[in-house]
Design a protein around this ligand. Structure first.
Ligand code: TGC
Ligand code: FAD
Length: 395
């Protein structure tokens, strides 16, 4: 029996499909707490950081106090939230700026996660509680100048010398490299790729900041140079050998990114919606023109679709029922969608769309990096293609 419940006037423009209803009270509380943090601590300052090309180290303690680092891990000072809650936090952080979400992704998913999953008890005790608190900052060195999409072709080596390990090589495009106290570095040993926990004050380790970026400017990016970096036997992550080590970390970070991108897209859509209502041209708000309404409708649909995709992938990960290709599908669809939304919103804002007074071009430029890092759009296309056909087309 039909309930005849379809009535006009029920739409909330900022949550068209009532995705809020899909969350429980605890999830909404966490999301709202992170949203307030972003409103208070990120949004008032981020244009300045972006223009200066810096990220303040003090933010680490603030985010640590909020329990944002390694938040979906258990024990060792970590908050032990669900995966969906971690995703919701990323969504809010990236609605502020991709650089802030990146900071949290790298710290929690790329540095704490491998220590938590593959580290010795000593490594966990030594690093995780201080990283969770934001007292110690980490970075993750996988990519090299000539080994980006194909990290298996890395040239950085790890050689045994008695009980010690000696690392040589370099890593490129490393988020937080110059801020980090510790680096998880992946290197080729005789038995295969191994992960090493490297204090950044170890002799032979150098971080060189990369300048002149026009994307992710409110985030520090560096080259790491490893010149005969001598480490004790206890520096190697004992629990994993091979490329699956770093790739498992990427699953965690890509999961956060597929939520985060929706946050950035949502911020752009909301800026465009507000602007269209206020901006008067030809004697009317531009929101009254059909072409602008079409752009708003496209953006709203993309943001709502992305939110639904995120929540579904979050629930799948919490159920322990997820393949890396599911995460790739989310990253592929949501980052592409967010970039389309950002470019559309930029156009709705006209000339105002190119300044840092509004968040839109900052998000748009950031999303160009998000499209490339953590597996380029093309690499995720191929991961999905392989899952669909059973045929790998990477080479
Ligand atoms: P392939 O032969 O397919 O696999 C090698 C081994 O790894 C296993 N594996 C995975 N394990 C866990 N999670 C995954 N997602 C996995 N994908 C593959 C696989 O089963 C195999 O295990 P085993 O036991 O048989 O040895 O590897 P391939 O060399 O053909 O590469 C596949 C490819 C291209 C998909 C992979 O290399 C890739 O994902 N490339 C993209 C590299 C990338 O994403 N780099 C990101 C660097 S970090 C970063 O960008 C941080 S940005 C800052 C921020 O997050 O904000
Ligand atoms: P390439 O691999 O050279 O790709 C160039 C182009 O070729 C892309 O369009 C790509 O999709 C395409 N391509 C490559 N292979 C194929 C193929 N088989 N089929 C079809 N097309 C293909 N890395 C880290 O390890 N740690 C970090 O903290 C980190 N932070 C980053 C921060 C920023 C701001 C940026 C921009 C990057 C960061 N990266 C980091 C590096 C990032 O992961 C790499 O840039 C990314 O994996 C792509 O590698 P690449 O830039 O060498 O591009």
């Amino acid at each position: 029996m039909s309930t005849h419940a379809v009535r006009p006037g029920l739409v909330h423009p900022r949550d068209f499909l009532e995705t809020d209803r899909l969350l429980d009270d605890q999830e909404r509380l966490l999301r709202d707490t992170v949203r307030r943090f972003v409103d208070d601590k990120v949004l008032p300052n981020v244009a300045e950081w972006f223009e200066a090309g810096t990220y303040p180290r003090e933010m680490a303690a603030e985010m640590g106090a909020l329990g944002l680092f390694g938040m979906h891990l258990d024990g060792y000072g970590c908050a032990g939230t669900s995966n969906l809650e971690y995703g919701l936090a990323c969504m809010e952080l990236e609605a502020g700026d991709s650089g802030t979400r990146s900071f949290v992704s790298v710290q929690g998913s790329l540095v704490m996660f491998p220590i938590w999953a593959f580290g010795s008890e000593e490594q966990k005790q030594e690093w995780l509680p201080r990283m969770a608190a934001g007292e110690v900052i980490g970075c993750f060195g996988l990519t090299e100048a000539d080994a980006g999409s194909d990290p298996g072709s890395m040239r950085t080596t790890a050689r045994r010398d008695g009980d010690d390990w000696v690392l040589n090589g370099s890593k490129m495009w490393i988020t937080n490299g110059n801020l980090a106290d510790v680096a998880v570095v992946w290197a080729k040993a005789e038995e295969g790729i191994r992960g090493f926990v490297v204090p950044t004050d170890t002799p032979g380790f150098e971080a060189v900041e990369i300048h002149q970026k026009l994307s992710l400017r409110a985030s520090v990016t560096s080259e790491l140079v490893l010149n005969d970096v001598r480490l004790p036997a206890g520096a190697v992550l004992p629990g994993v050998v091979g490329l699956k080590g770093p790739l498992s970390c990427l699953n965690e970070a890509r999961f956060g990114i597929l939520f985060g991108a929706v946050g950035a897209g949502r911020a752009c859509f909301e800026a465009a919606l507000d602007y269209a209502g206020e901006r008067v041209m030809f004697g009317k708000p531009i929101a009254s023109f059909q072409l602008i309404q079409r752009q708003l409708a496209e953006m709203a649909a993309t943001v709502n679709q992305g939110t639904l995709v995120s929540y579904q992938i979050g629930r799948m990960k919490d159920a322990g029922d997820i393949d890396p290709a599911h995460i790739s599908m989310g990253k592929f669809a949501n980052v592409r969608g967010a970039l389309e939304v950002a470019r559309t919103a930029r156009s709705v804002l006209g000339a105002n769309g190119i300044t840092l007074e509004y968040p839109v071009i900052r998000h748009m430029n950031n999303l160009e990096s998000v499209y490339t890092y953590e597996g380029t759009h093309e690499i995720h296309t191929l991961i999905i293609g392989q899952a669909l056909t059973g045929i790998g087309a990477f080479e």
